[in-house]
Design a protein around this ligand. Sequence first.
Ligand code: HQG
Length: 179
Amino acid sequence: MDDRRSVKVSKYVSKHLRHQPDRIGLVLDPQGWVEIDELLDAAAAHGFALSRAELDHVVATNDKQRFAVRGTRIRANQGHTVPVDLELPEAEPPAYLYHGTVAAALDSIRVEGLRPMARHHVHLSPDRETATRVGARRGRPIVIGVDAGAMRAAGHVFRISANGVWLVDTVPPGFLRWP
Ligand code: HQG
């Protein structure tokens, strides 16, 4: 399976496990899981034939480990816009986390802090390199530090997804550390 096909499958599966399951007639359970056979059948019925072997390959080799398989079911590890409760446990974050964004968002972020926008949580990265890659999806990346230790001391709840993304409801502006 070549890289282009892997990326295509990953994007297709992400889209339907995170954002638009109903577009292909899928119903996620409350924790975001769906039967793998149902996903493959729904994809095929909507013009995107993909084999179980291809799906397994993408789950195993995906650069960001975007998907989890448990038994006969699959879900996205994070990034949903449809309502799901991933039931992630609270976790103790490192002292500092990082958020990658672009210049156009900065004025608003200075005033409002970080907001989840369309997703369920603000996504934070454990290191600058990862945050740089996240920001670079939208343009020239700018990395903002987040004083996670101070936030936790102030009672903010942190969770970590199965693929190492830190999730928090909001980051008020006072906890941002500007470059
Ligand atoms: C910005 C990808 C204005 C925020 C990545 C970002 C990540 C604000 C955008 C994951 C704002 C939201 C998430 C405010 C935040 N005013 N703009 N107050 N607060 N923003 O895509 O963090 O490939 O929802 O800076 O790698 O970019 O999909 O969040 O630019 O892990 O697996 O609003 O998505 O992973 O964008 O990315 P997103 P994100 P996947």
